[in-house]
Design a protein around this ligand. Structure first.
Ligand SMILES: NC(=O)c1ccc[n+]([C@@H]2O[C@H](COP(=O)([O-])OP(=O)(O)OC[C@H]3O[C@@H](n4cnc5c(N)ncnc54)[C@H](O)[C@@H]3O)[C@@H](O)[C@H]2O)c1
Ligand SMILES: O=C(O)CC[C@@H](O)C(=O)O
Length: 524
């Protein structure tokens, strides 16, 4: 039974896709609620209130997926989640329109003194001359960050007859032209704009992008808005520039610390504020909840998720094509992990044949997750596979080869240790399934499934009989047996499959046989 913890207030109707998930319990409680068994939670759904810190993640060893019903994941320690193999997803566009509309409403309110006038009338005043405003028409709007929300604001500004300058280092000239906006440097925008609004994520680069140095380049009387993330406009510097009369007005939906408490900006009449309401519409909340609920459901149904922050997205189509190779890649990794008994410093993967048309990086990560299974104490999956290899000093190389050894497709993986190297090759045959076709120098053909025994031995008469005899005497039934050799009388291998794992006694008896070079149990 999957336990899904919905820790923040998330639209109930939007969570409906989760109800269709078989064997899932939805718990709507805070993470610090004593009734919540954090160690049993498989999925965590949050908005911005819950801070998903490394400390919290350490208390959630079963956690597999964190879903943010919204855009910004700055309340989630994504690197810590990635290290633990936890997928982080968000709902990138469900609240775009709401936030763009809120920003626009804030801009209009700011320039027409609507909040101040509203309070005045409620206080039984009627001061028509005290609230003379400024038109948006003909003004120059500077947008810093021209992504989803920035672009929607630009469209609305154009309709209002505004001129729009944008600063976004990732915006192409073609897209700027298509949106009818003027692409500028930050300095050009600062100098030209009558109103500046920021719509970037909060990153080390954007933190304080509008600071004292930037503010002193702006026009006297400039209006500033932040409906993105607190800190993109430096709050202390902004307070100084409102205090000295340079800034004409400010609209804030977000703060460096939320709620802001005693804040130097709140005392100014020309600073208007809302409590992080950008995404707070019925529509946006339904959209983001539905988006993440669907993704969490797909995740537990082993279907691809599209909005992961720490995993490349693959479409359902590609996912279906890749699935058989994903399975065999993982099995190859797990076989290697059980056959190579020393430290490994290099894993090289060669893809050949039809598999090379697919997203092989995904398969490499699957192979690594198999390789690390039971080798290390961390759950390794596609999210943290490469990071785990790097942390453990294992070089991972990926190659493409035209030689598929007569098969339609082949995945060959070599693990290099200090002393030895070990190579496993697998293929996927349509209507037949996954096969291992090469084990460390020997051609062979077996199904990588169940309880297997891989024996290296000398190719002498009677050795297969001796093995059969020992196992038979102990009442152990051999389900299948495959043999391979390079030349008559030389080294050979056999791979046997059993209905249940072999006991230590049987293994010890086999090891005593003169012809046996080595024995490895492989449990897949
Ligand atoms: N107030 C709210 O309730 C609310 C709701 C939704 C989103 N947000 C916030 O709004 C912001 C924008 O969201 P979005 O969905 O448009 O994101 P987005 O990813 O679509 O757009 C962000 C844009 O910022 C640009 N950018 C990145 N670094 C930059 C830099 N150094 N200088 C200039 N531009 C830079 C990117 O190229 C991108 O185009 C985010 O911070 C998000 O968290 C707030
Ligand atoms: O959950 C919220 O209301 C905030 C959403 C917003 O800040 C976001 O980043 O999507």
């Amino acid at each position: 039974m999957y336990q899904i913890l919905v820790a923040d207030s998330i639209n109930a109707e939007g969570l409906e896709p989760l109800l269709g998930l078989k064997e899932a319990e939805i718990i709507q409680k805070k993470t610090n609620d004593p009734e919540v068994n954090l160690d049993q939670i498989d999925a965590l759904l949050v908005r911005s209130a819950t801070k998903v810190t490394e400390k919290l993640l350490n208390q959630m060893p079963s956690l597999k997926i964190i879903a943010r019903a919204g855009v910004g994941v700055d309340n989630i320690d994504v690197p810590a989640a990635t290290k633990k193999g936890i997928i982080v997803i968000n709902a990138p566009d469900g609240n775009t329109i709401s936030t763009a509309e809120h920003t626009f409403a804030m801009m209009a309110s700011l320039l027409r003194n609507i909040p101040q006038a509203h309070s005045s009338v409620k206080n039984k005043e009627w001061k028509r001359n005290a609230f003379i405003g400024t038109e948006l028409y003909g003004k120059r709007l500077g947008i810093v960050g021209m992504g989803r929300i920035g672009s929607e604001i630009a469209k609305r500004a154009k309709v209002f007859g505004m001129n729009v300058n944008v600063f976004d280092p990732f915006l192409t000239k073609e897209r700027a032209a298509k949106l009818g906006v003027e692409s500028s440097t930050l300095d050009e925008l600062l100098v030209a704009a009558d109103i500046i609004t920021v719509h970037t994520p909060l990153t080390p680069e954007t933190k304080g992008i509008i600071n004292e140095e930037a503010l002193k380049k702006t026009k006297k009387g400039v209006y500033l808005l932040n409906c993105a993330r607190g800190g993109i406009i430096d709050e202390q510097d902004l307070a100084t520039y409102v205090g000295n009369g340079h800034v004409g007005g400010v609209a804030l939906d977000v703060f460096e610390t939320e709620p802001p408490g005693e804040h130097p900006l709140l005392k100014y009449e020309n600073v208007i504020v809302t409590p992080h309401l950008g995404a707070s519409t019925k529509e946006a909340q339904l959209n983001v909840a539905t988006q993440v609920a669907k993704e969490v459901r797909y995740f537990f149904e082993d279907l691809p998720v599209s909005n992961s922050i720490n995993l490349p997205a693959i479409s359902k189509d590609i996912f279906e094509k890749i699935q058989p190779f994903h399975q065999i890649s993982k099995q190859i990794g797990y076989i290697l992990s059980q056959c190579v008994k020393e430290g490994v410093h290099e894993l090289s993967i060669t893809y050949s044949g039809s598999v090379t048309n697919l997203e092989t990086s995904y398969l490499t990560k699957a192979m690594l997750s198999g390789f690390f299974k039971n080798r290390i104490d961390v759950n390794v999956n596609e999210v943290n596979a490469l990071l785990t290899a790097k942390e453990r000093g294992i070089t991972v190389g990926e190659k493409i080869s035209t030689d598929a050894f007569g098969y339609d497709n082949c995945i060959t993986v070599s693990a290099k240790g200090e002393e030895n190297a070990f190579t496993v090759r697998g293929t996927f045959i349509d209507h037949y399934g996954p096969r291992i076709v090469y084990l460390n120098g020997f051609n062979i053909d077996f199904l990588p499934e169940g309880n297997l025994l891989y024996i290296q031995h000398m190719d002498r008469p009677g050795v297969i009989g001796h093995v059969g005899q020992i196992l038979g005497d102990q009442g152990i039934n051999i389900a299948t047996m495959q043999v391979g050799r390079k030349q008559a009388g030389g080294e050979a291998i056999m791979v046997l499959a059993f209905d249940k794992p072999l006991n230590d006694h049987a293994l010890a008896s086999l090891e005593k046989l003169d012809e046996i070079v080595s024995i490895n149990s492989i449990n897949l």
